[in-house]
Design a protein around this ligand. Structure first.
Ligand SMILES: [Zn+2]
Length: 81
């Protein structure tokens, strides 16, 4: 009955490989039997990859833009007289 709750509750630890072999086997078994949980697992596993890639590639760029637009917006910054 609480299989899905258990599986979802430990999904992040499962993805991060922080569970014991015994817990992993239980959750893996559940994911094989339960497609909603497998979809949730796929979603979170993918999300994690996307997030870690975005953090590496886009944060410095976003930060640069924020700094650039902050400088642009500064009063008198664009039109020195
Ligand atoms: Zn389930």
């Amino acid at each position: 009955m609480s299989d899905c709750n258990d599986a979802l509750h430990e999904l992040y630890e499962f993805i991060d490989g922080e569970l014991t072999a015994e817990r992993r086997a239980l959750i893996e078994g559940h994911l094989h039997r339960c497609s909603p949980c497998l979809e949730a697992y796929d979603f979170h596993a993918e999300l994690r990859i996307v997030v870690s890639q975005k953090c590496r590639e886009e944060v410095p760029e976003a930060l640069r833009r924020r700094i650039a637009s902050a400088l642009d917006a500064e009063p008198g910054g664009t039109a020195p007289a």
